[in-house]
Design a protein around this ligand. Structure first.
Ligand SMILES: *Cc1c(COP(=O)(O)O)cnc(C)c1O
Length: 805
């Protein structure tokens, strides 16, 4: 028998040695480091699985309500460190391994990032799982077991190259395959209706392609608690009795492609069908399993909404609404009205974007052909909604704007709003924009559904585990209560004027900067000065996030220093990290431009003492863990009104970086807490941007023609400054100058430049700077996802804490 719960390092060592031999038939000395990692991971999983079982039993015993977070993405990163720390066995294991001559950090580095997501939205889902378990709430994740995470980014000749991310190469030690809980999901075919002996309509889905969904469950281990939740990843496999009208190999291909990628190429119709297929696949499997689990405890589904709720992370899982209707009506014979009440009481929807191009729509024909029964139900929901507009709300004028089906498409956000009892934005400003603008016509008739839940980050991963140096300093200063109660970070306010603490903070920051500098030297080959200001912009590359504005400022500094030998700046290292979507040509060009500028600036002996430019490849959770905490300046410079919340901004703040940003997303709430004097805020406000767009009053050429500096910067994109080929960056020039600078970079440039000059001045006052950083840390507790989760619980989920003994 295995010892699942080793109690001290001696027991750990014995068990570790034994398992290496049993699993690999090798001694510790002979075993490969990956084998050691695998065995360690398995031991941690087994250690927690005792709690996992107890959690499931306790939830059933108290008949507790459970929350299921449906998300196409969970950007969880690595789990070994976080799991060991949360279980409170990190030191036992570290010392045990050291006795055996092994460095725990080496084993930690063997783990691949689980990159099952694109960016912020997926990382939010991962932070929520950590907070749910740590706060003792039964809240589970539901997603797809992608065989490849988001692509790995390499930079070759300055350009992004995508290579497959084979995160499962070594297998996934955290998952457990559960074939017993498999369910079937049906696609294509057609619907036959008949009448049963009671005169009830019965539905038969004929000629369907049946695909089996097999769950792989991962433990979600919370901090200092036995409550252990589940992240369920569904894998598509051939069904046993699949009828093969399409032919065997075509069927296998159809099955396998579901598991392939986080985000299929949506530039082709086949890719878009696949994306829709993935959505329905994990939603249908997740709901079917939820219902089955409910029926193992309760005799009826009448109380389904009292014991379960589903949070829809953006519109990707919104087919859950018609799918739940289908299950209740077709499989469990509920009437429409009862099914509708149960469905809407179960479902809640989180909106993540106001960008029009990102609001999902599907051509009617896609859903009608691939999901014929689901389409029938969506049509009926739409019909009844329009009836209600006419006869309940007396607002037929809203039909055009708010119907689910119109202009040949199914509007997923509309379906989400109509089929949920709660709709939330992810920061105060974002929610305001939803109710005043994007969804104002829904807000007019169903205001009670709308609410705000400002995003958060797990301070355990993003502060305690990834920045042990700062954590020690904080513990030393205010005690360790902030680990359980992040809002206790505010105790630091009593110490921000303490000169000794300020110096110690600067020392900690220097240590983190050195770690990052070493990483950059080793992986990017650039030597950076840790005494320079580390100015970091790390996030997906997108026009609205305005990496290009940052670039324009760098060009400005370079050109001015070249032209005027009396103008020199406090040394600065500009650090970027960002992936661009593979088909997003503009974004890829910006990456190439950054690397081209880096090549010029970093090799210019006159300039490179004052500034360097670094692009760190393959931005991911693991990179973020060494990047955020080494930053002095946090670049959050999106066009106001476009960034829903941002969470990167919170990670930087919590690690003592100063926000240089626009009043956008959660930046607004950061400034609300730290005050304008402890951040550097610039640029147009969201209402001003709105007004400019409404009045059509912005003309980029006016700026270009009257502003010598801007003209020089913009011209450098096409005059060969950054590439021998003058056309290399013409795309960027055209995007700015011939599309009227959609994101208003030129309009915000002057203020941005002033804000950057302020940063330089303020950084030189080391004590004042340290005080400002400490104040930011002190005020960052609000941005722990623990606070966010408590708000979801209070306002939407109404779940109770589970006490696992
Ligand atoms: C936090 C995080 C994000 C989100 O960054 P934003 O600045 O909020 O867009 C994206 N990717 C990774 C890997 C992250 O850790």
């Amino acid at each position: 028998m295995y010892i699942d719960k080793f109690k001290n390092k001696e027991e750990f060592k014995e068990e570790f040695k034994r398992r290496i031999i049993e699993k690999y038939g090798r001694s510790i000395e002979q075993a490969h480091v990956t084998e050691k990692y695998m065995v360690l991971g398995t031991m941690v999983r087994d250690y927690a699985s005792v709690n996992w079982k107890a959690s499931k039993e306790e939830i059933a015993r108290v008949e507790g309500k459970q929350m299921y977070y449906f998300s196409m993405e969970f950007l969880i990163g690595r789990l070994l460190t976080s799991n060991l720390m949360n279980l409170g066995i990190y030191d036992i294991v570290k010392e045990g391994l050291a006795d055996l001559g092994l460095d725990i950090n080496k084993l930690e580095d063997m783990e691949s990032d689980a990159g099952l997501g694109n960016g912020g939205l997926g990382r939010l889902a991962a932070c929520f799982l950590d907070s749910l378990a740590s706060l003792n709430y039964a809240g589970h994740g539901n997603c797809i077991r992608y065989e490849y995470g988001l692509f790995k980014q390499k930079i070759i000749d300055g350009k992004q190259v995508e290579v497959p991310d084979q995160w499962l190469r070594l297998g996934n030690v955290w998952e457990v395959r559960k074939p017993k809980h498999s369910v079937d999901v049906k696609f294509w075919g057609h619907i036959e209706m008949s009448m049963d002996e009671h005169g009830k309509a019965r539905i038969n889905h004929a000629d369907a392609h049946i695909i089996r969904a097999v769950p792989y469950d991962m433990e979600v281990i919370g901090y200092d608690t036995k409550l252990t939740n589940t992240l369920r990843l569904w894998s598509a496999e051939p069904a046993e009795d699949a009828s093969n009208s399409q032919g065997f190999s075509e069927y296998i291909r159809e099955v396998n492609e579901i598991n392939q990628n986080v985000y299929p190429d949506d530039s082709t119709e086949a890719g878009r069908y696949l994306r829709l297929k993935q959505q329905y696949f994990f939603v249908s499997a997740g709901l079917t399993a939820m219902i089955k689990a409910h029926l193992r405890v309760y005799p009826t589904l009448d109380n389904l909404a009292d014991k379960n709720c589903v949070q829809l992370n953006d519109t990707h899982p919104v087919l859950a609404i018609p799918e739940m209707m289908r299950l209740l009506m077709d499989d469990y014979l509920y009437e429409w009205d009862d099914a509708w009440r149960i469905t809407t009481e179960t479902m809640a929807y989180t909106n993540h974007t106001v960008l029009a191009e990102a609001l999902e729509k599907w051509p009617i024909q896609f859903i009608q052909t691939m999901l014929p029964r689901i389409y029938m139900i969506i049509e009926e929901i739409n019909k009844r909604y329009i009836y209600a507009l006419n006869h309940v709300y007396y607002r037929p004028d809203l039909i055009n704007d708010t119907a689910i089906i119109k202009d040949g498409q199914v509007h997923m956000a509309n379906l989400a709003i109509i089929g949920s009892h709660s709709i939330n934005g992810v920061a105060k400003l974002h929610t305001q924009i939803l109710v005043k603008d994007v969804f104002k016509n829904y807000y007019a008739i169903m205001p009670e559904k709308f609410n705000n839940k400002t995003n958060g980050i797990t301070h355990r991963r993003w502060l305690v585990y990834s920045n042990p140096q700062l954590t020690e300093l904080l513990k030393d200063t205010i005690g360790d209560s902030f680990i359980k109660h992040p809002q206790d970070l505010v105790k630091l306010m009593d110490h921000i004027d303490d000169a000794k603490l300020q110096q110690r903070f600067l020392d900690v920051k220097m240590e983190r900067k050195q770690i990052l500098a070493d990483y950059i030297k080793k992986n990017v080959g650039i030597e950076v000065d840790v005494n320079s200001i580390f100015d970091v912009q790390a996030k997906r590359l997108h026009a609205y996030k305005r990496q290009l504005l940052n670039v324009m400022h760098i060009i400005y500094l370079y050109q001015r220093m070249k032209a005027d030998s009396s103008f020199r700046i406090y040394p600065r290292t500009f650090i970027f990290a960002a992936k661009a979507a593979p088909a997003y040509h503009f974004a890829k060009k910006v990456i190439e431009l950054i690397n081209s500028i880096a090549a010029v600036v970093n090799n210019d002996p006159e300039i490179n003492r004052y500034m360097k430019v670094v692009f760190i490849p393959n931005y991911s959770v693991s990179i973020a863990e060494i990047l955020m905490n080494a930053a002095d300046v946090s670049e959050q410079i999106s066009t106001a009104g476009k960034e829903a919340s941002g969470t990167g901004n919170m990670k930087f703040m919590m690690n003592g970086a100063i926000t240089l940003g626009t009043l956008d997303g959660a930046n607004v709430e950061i400034v609300e807490r730290v005050g304008y004097e402890n951040a550097e805020i610039f640029g147009l406000r969201a209402e001003e941007v709105e007004e400019i767009k409404r009045a059509n009053s912005y003309h980029v050429w006016d700026y270009y023609n009257t502003h010598e500096t801007l003209k020089r910067i913009v011209d450098s994109f096409i005059d060969g400054t950054w590439s021998q080929n003058k056309d290399e960056f013409k795309l960027i020039y055209d995007e700015l100058m011939f599309k009227n600078d959609e994101y208003l970079l030129l309009a915000d440039f002057d203020e941005y430049e002033k804000a950057q000059a302020n940063i330089r001045k303020r950084y030189e006052d080391r004590s004042g700077w340290a005080r400002m950083c400490l104040l930011n840390i002190a005020q960052s507790g609000y941005f722990s996802s623990d606070r966010t989760i408590e708000e979801y619980v209070r306002d939407i989920w109404h779940i109770e804490k589970i006490n696992v003994k």
